[in-house]
Design a protein around this ligand. Sequence first.
Ligand code: FAD
Length: 512
Amino acid sequence: MSYSAIIVGAGHNGLVAANYLAKAGGRVLVLERRDFVGGACITEELFPNFRVSSCSYICHMLQGKVIDDLELRKHGLAIHPVNPYRFQPFPSGNYMLRWHDEQSNTEELKRLSPNDVEGYGHFQDFMRRAATIMHRYFLESPPTLAQVTEDVRGTPDEAVWERMLTGNMRDLVEEHFESPEVRATFIDAEDAGDTRAPGSIISVAYNDTDMFTDDRNFGIPHGGMGGITQAMARAAESLGAEIRTNAVVDRILVRDGRAVGIELAGGERIEADVVLSNADPKRTFLSLVDENDVAPEVIRSIRRLKTDVSYLKFHAALDELPDFTHYLGNRYDENFLVQVRICPSVEYFQQSADDARAGRPSSSPVMHIQIPSVLDKSLTPEGKHVMSIWVLYAPVRPREGTWDDLREQTGEQLIDVIGEYAPNFRKSVRDWELFTPQELEERVGLTDGNIRHLDITSAQIFSNRPSNLFNGYRTPIENLYLCGAGTHPGGEVTGAPGHNAAHEVLRDWEEI
Ligand SMILES: Cc1cc2nc3c(=O)[nH]c(=O)nc-3n(C[C@H](O)[C@H](O)[C@H](O)COP(=O)(O)OP(=O)(O)OC[C@H]3O[C@@H](n4cnc5c(N)ncnc54)[C@H](O)[C@@H]3O)c2cc1C
């Protein structure tokens, strides 16, 4: 049997693409190597009766258009809003809450550091403009950097864009805020992996596009992030798409320069008019495609792609919530603990980046803690909780020893650090598990455990993602498209690469 489209991988972007192609009348087959769909957008029972979003854990950038087009709510998606979306305690006993609205944030700053209220206004204005420049092209074919420069020329965004290309987050934060704790609240570098890296503003602005997400689409999906991809799979199947799990694609078949189908690990061959790969660009071109089917300069450009910046993911089953009452006093509300950030200073953040670059687990782990069971009681037995932590940064491979040698002590260190803020924490932990880049690669199939398939840096955005040798989602192999996070606009659970890739395929079908 032949299909109009085969999609390699049932990550959320593969499922989004499947929906659009099936809706347009295509015969679509999705092949997923694991025994469940979702890629890095999944829920797993890592501890008996405790379910957890084992990779991504916050739905903050899933595009409203994708939610609506796929009718995900009709297919079961429900999102628990999170507001405040972050509580950040400091060793001094102070804390900062981050809310979705600027007025509430201004009130927080008045309490923490009144002198920083004005700087906050300017900082927010800058970041909104920066995020707008990134977001404007999200659901379009990627522009070149030159086109973006043309688009902002003569507008107030021109200076912002120049600073995004050449400036860095550390200068930006230090210029706008004077309190060390407020600076610690706003410092970030994301995939730039260094607060002083030129272009780090771009890496942060990419994630800050979540400021344009509707409040009702920003939060914790009921049942974990797998709730998103389960809804996407149901939507695709309702449109006639077929989804096969435990289906490892061994190679993409190319005849006379055109993709014609795939071969599964067991040897089964399936033909299709087009093949879309949801696997990352390195995996697609360095292991699924025969090197002889691609020009050497394409292979060289793929090898050069950066997957250098890595993170850890820690999970724990808890008997009780960590005790942060001494920070919040009368204001205590357990809803404030849904997301907690540990980052006491700019220097602490930078140290985590420096350690990772030196090839060692961080001595100052920056932690984004989430306790979704505060909002979603379906995840755990009654009265118990589940916690996940996204930890910045980690070397892809440690310089000395292996992750197998370092996993235990690295996880124990994270528990110790949280204990400095919440004294009951260690005794509340029933069990824990740490995913290093090695586990992320083995479990999810992410090259180097890269959570966004490729680092999101100034060199790997827009038409340079993954390579300017590609024409958007079309690869140099005719009828082979990429549709995953390694394409424009990038990683996170956005649905945008899947949306855009499917539309390029549909445009090509119209031309035939
Ligand atoms: C630890 C971690 C934390 C994160 N936190 C967040 C967060 O909180 N919020 C957020 O929005 N984003 C987060 N992200 C990023 C986000 O999850 C990813 O960028 C996004 O899910 C990638 O989606 P995708 O569909 O493009 O690719 P993937 O999810 O990687 O899916 C690719 C799929 O292809 C399959 N595949 C690969 N090779 C083959 C093959 N040969 N045959 C068959 N199938 C194959 C894989 O098994 C996988 O299912 C996080 C990611 C990780 C790993």
